[in-house]
Design a protein around this ligand. Sequence first.
Ligand code: FEO
Length: 169
Amino acid sequence: MILEKMEKALNDQINAEFFSAYLYLSMAAYFEDQNLSGCAHWMELQYNEESEHAMKIYKYINDRGGRVQLNVIETPQAQWKSPLTAFEAAYKHEQYITGRINDLMKLALELNDFTTQSFLQWYLNEQVEEEANVDEIVQSFHMMGNDKRAMFMLDRELKQRQAGSGSGD
Ligand code: FEO
C-alpha cells in the first residue's frame, strides 16, 4: 500500500508528465506551421515519450494499491519567437521536470518508501538523457546562426529520430 502523501505527489507528477506531452505537441504544431517537419516529428515523438512517462506512474500507483486521480491539464504555450526559443523552452522545461523528480525522491526518502525510491531511479536516469538530448539541439541551433542551409540540414536530421531514441542519429 502506498502512503497518501506519496500517492498525491505521484498523481501530481502524472499531471506534469501529461502537461509535458501537451507542451511538446503544441511545439510540434508550431513547427508544422513553420514548415519544419523534422522538428515537428522530433516533438511528436517527445509527446509520445511523455505520455509513456505519465502512464508508467499511472501503472505504478495502481500496482501499489493506490488511487489514480487525474486533474485538469494546463493550456500550453502555442507560439514561440523562433525555432531556437522553442527548443530553449523545451530545455528549460526538462530542467524543471528534473527538479520535480528530485523532490519526489526527497519525499520517498523522508517517508522511507524504498519501493518508490527504486521506481524513481528510472526517472532520474531518464532526465539526464532528456536534458542532454534537447541541449544538443539547442547547441546546434546556436552554431548555425542564421544559416538557412544548416537549418534545412538540421531539420532533415531531426526527421530521422526513431521512437525510443532522443536524437536524429
Ligand atoms: Fe517526462 Fe521529458 O520528462
